[in-house]
Design a protein around this ligand. Structure first.
Ligand code: DX5
Ligand code: ZN
Length: 218
């Protein structure tokens, strides 16, 4: 596992009225990824943004777009997200009935493939797709909203999946309730990519918020 961690601010927590500015600010503040939470109001109880918004903000930055699809089905629209500018496309193991095929489609589009698990879903759900993914995203809140509390019961799942990964080149990303209080335990458990929405987009100094997270993780 790479020693350096990656910080992926979730724009769900940003000011949508000035989305381009917000993305420039986190890029200047040292973000590694832009985490884009796509929700369809069906798989997740919220409706956020889709390909048109993603292609609009693609012009604003060269940072990798880490697109988290909380949609069901995901397979029919994977090409749209790839064309819109996604670099990593993460689908939920609980969405679609053909997870392996979705992951193959993402890679055939030339993008990195990710799979995400909701809090109630066991690690065994991804046991047979470890050869088809570049990233595993563990939810430490129930999908839908930023600003929820971190679910400490997921730490054991993070440890389990880190050991399942072994020496495969797979990033372990954690998403939900990550802040300066929770990040150290999550990194210790094996995560190397940390999604943070409210912890980054609070106050005005995003660079300091990102720096504080890196410091707290060390
Ligand atoms: C929740 C989203 C998370 C969320 C994280 O459905 O997938 O990415 O935006 O926000 P915070 O960091 O505020 O918990
Ligand atoms: Zn997310």
């Amino acid at each position: 596992m790479s020693a350096t961690i990656k910080i992926a601010p979730s724009i769900l927590a940003s000011d949508f009225a000035k989305l381009g500015e917000e993305i420039r600010a986190i890029e200047a503040g040292g973000a590694d990824y832009v985490h884009i939470d796509v929700m369809d109001g069906h798989f997740a109880p919220n409706l956020t943004f889709g390909p048109p918004v993603i292609s609009a903000i693609r012009k604003v930055t060269d940072l990798p777009f880490d697109v988290h699809l909380m949609i069901d089905p995901a397979q029919p629209s994977l090409a749209q997200y790839a064309d819109a500018g996604a670099d990593i496309i993460t689908v939920h193991a609980e969405a679609d009935i053909h997870l392996d095929r979705s992951l193959q489609v993402i890679r055939s589009l030339g993008k990195k493939a990710g799979v995400s698990l909701n809090p109630a879903t066991p690690p065994s759900a991804i046991e047979y797709v470890l050869g088809s993914v570049d990233q595993i995203l563990i939810m430490t809140v129930n999908p839908g909203f930023g600003g929820q509390s971190f679910m400490t019961g997921q730490l054991e799942k993070i440890r389990t999946i880190r050991s399942m990964i072994g020496d495969r080149p797979i990033d372990l990303e954690v998403d939900g309730g990550i802040n300066t209080e929770t990040i150290a335990a999550v990194v210790k458990a094996g995560a190397n990519v940390l999604v943070a929405g409210s912890a980054v987009f609070s106050g005005r100094d995003y660079a300091k918020n990102i720096e504080d997270l890196r410091h707290a993780a060390a």
